[in-house]
Design a protein around this ligand. Structure first.
Ligand SMILES: [Zn+2]
Length: 259
């Protein structure tokens, strides 16, 4: 998708699904039919990295899109900044990390994604010179084609830290990948999120939910439906489908919008 004054109207943007936009940007039709449950070999295999501060952030924010891309045969990496050490009340960090790592592995198995853990600590994610370098090194090692990142305006400090670390690496390494931001618990966590792109996740909604509910320690039965479940339906209404996930595409040079 090349952005011009003609195609940047809200209505046009709403009709552009993420895979289509990504395919156009890379000059290849990446996902012509993104609704297969069985893995197939795509014409051009892409590497996608979904960064999240905690186990369950990638899955809840864009698990449907991850499943669609992985089901199409693309390589999807779920990169967790932490192992959720602070995420189980009354449980020591080491033990919680073990439990939540195991849950993330199960969730990734369901989504056909590869888990990676990047060594920060839940509740204490830091934006330091060393951590900028660590994420930058990870980018250089993996060389992603597409990156999904936390939306930076978020009430959770770890989400904000993750977003800014990933943005820094992406920007300083020359913006070689296409970057999208995803939302989590909009209203409670993500704020001021105005999507530019949508993905119809209806064909994989059960796969996504199964992955999200693998995070049993987080008791998703108590909150998933009223937060992410409603978001999937609301974004589906906006996109005129049953369930959708929504994204903001990062355009590094806004001046191109008015060419
Ligand atoms: Zn989180």
């Amino acid at each position: 998708m090349s952005i011009t004054k003609d195609n940047v109207s809200r209505r046009n943007v709403l009709k552009i699904a993420v895979p289509t936009a990504i395919g156009s940007l890379l000059g290849v039709p990446v996902l012509s039919s993104a609704n297969q449950q069985n893995k197939t070999e795509p014409r051009q295999k892409l590497k996608i990295i979904v960064f999240g501060a905690h186990p369950d952030d990638p899955e809840t924010g864009c698990g449907g899109t991850m499943a669609l891309l992985a089901n199409e045969g693309h390589e999807v990496i779920s990169a967790y900044l932490t192992r959720g050490e602070a995420g189980i009340k009354g449980v020591a960090y080491d033990e919680a990390a073990k439990i939540r790592t195991a849950e993330a592995l199960e969730a990734c198995e369901i989504l056909n994604a590869k888990p990676r853990f990047l060594g920060q600590i839940d509740g204490n994610c830091e934006v330091t010179k060393e951590h900028y370098k660590a994420i930058s090194d990870f980018f250089e090692e993996e060389k992603p084609d597409i990156v999904f990142n936390h939306w930076p305006i978020d009430r959770h400090r770890d989400h904000r830290a993750c977003s800014i670390l990933v943005y820094d690496a992406w920007y300083n390494l020359g913006q070689k990948s296409v970057m999208y931001y995803y939302e989590v618990m909009s209203g409670r966590q993500s704020q001021n999120f105005k999507p530019t792109d949508y993905v119809d996740i209806t064909p994989v909604i059960d796969q996504k939910h199964k992955a999200c509910y693998e995070h049993k320690s987080q008791e998703p039965e108590k909150w998933y439906q009223e937060s992410h479940g409603q978001m999937e339906i609301f974004r589906g209404l906006e996109y005129r489908t049953q369930y959708a996930e929504a994204f903001v595409r990062h355009v590094q040079s806004p001046s191109s919008l008015i060419i």
